[in-house]
Design a protein around this ligand. Structure first.
Ligand SMILES: Nc1ncnc2c1ncn2[C@@H]1O[C@H](COP(=O)(O)OP(=O)(O)OP(=O)(O)O)[C@@H](O)[C@H]1O
Length: 245
């Protein structure tokens, strides 16, 4: 079972590593068949301070995943501004956005995006495929430590052999590998039982705190939502309510 022992706090001198995230007038449109386009996302204004831990809740189809995808550059708004600190993400272009994403984001996808043919360890190491790795041994040790903290017993198992809950935990470990400044997690505890869900929720929040990272989480799980600073409710692509903790 994963444990959620509190990790060391970051050195104060490091300061926050995250930047403020701002969305203004962001609209994402989709089309169903021959029907006119509809607004899957319609965000008038959203500001997330650096290092905040923010949840998005709401019914199926409310636009929660689309919001995370816009921030990650995986969905393109038809209008609006998306900014991370001084960087305008909506005007970056695909290649530059890809570089920014790899340097900044750890993403836990709703459907995990694991490579079945690879082992647990190699899946967790995937974010390190790009860029130069100074200390490969330290990186492997970090991958194995994350795998152990997720309660996964054997880093050499092939992903194809894993249960849904185990796949979810591999996806969380992979997102945390490089100590991202922005962690995006889409229903990261949905496939876990209550105990494992609490442990993974604790790990995500601890990892964000440890690295001064901003954490954006889509969740229905109350045990996860209650650990966050703010929870936004979405409906029909819009932000309709905000609860501060
Ligand atoms: N590529 C697409 N093409 C057409 N419609 C899409 C596409 N992606 C999302 N949608 C639609 O946009 C709306 C918002 O989808 P989104 O996945 O963001 O909702 P969600 O709140 O995350 O839902 P869930 O909780 O079920 O994951 C839904 O009506 C969905 O069917």
């Amino acid at each position: 079972m994963p444990t959620s022992a509190a990790p060391a706090e970051p050195a104060a001198a490091d300061g926050p590593r995250a930047a403020a995230l701002r969305l203004d007038g962001v609209v994402v449109e989709h089309r169903r068949g021959r029907e006119p386009p509809f607004r899957a996302l319609d965000i008038e204004s959203l500001e997330v301070p650096p290092g905040a831990r923010v949840g998005f809740a709401g019914p199926s189809g409310a636009g929660k995943s689309t919001l995370l995808h816009v921030v990650a550059g995986l969905a393109v708004p038809s209008t609006g501004r998306v900014a991370w600190g001084d960087t305008r993400l909506d005007t970056l272009g695909e290649a530059a956005h890809g570089r920014w994403r790899r340097a900044t984001i750890g993403f836990v996808f709703q459907d995990f995006h694991l490579v079945d043919e690879l082992t647990v360890r190699d899946n967790v190491l995937m974010p390190a495929r790009f860029g130069r790795i100074a200390d490969r041994q330290a990186l492997h040790a970090r991958a194995d430590a994350l795998i152990a903290r997720m309660g996964l017993d054997d880093p050499r198992r092939r992903a194809a052999k894993l249960s849904r809950g185990e796949r979810q935990r591999v996806a969380v470990a992979r997102a945390l590998l490089l100590g991202p400044r922005l962690i995006l997690a889409d229903e990261p505890t949905a496939s876990l039982d209550a105990e494992a869900g609490r442990a993974v929720a604790g790990l995500l929040v601890d990892a964000a705190r440890e690295h001064g990272a901003t954490l954006l989480v889509v969740a229905h799980d109350p045990a996860l939502l209650e650990r966050l600073d703010t929870v936004h409710r979405l409906a029909g692509g819009r932000l309709i309510a905000e609860e501060r903790r």
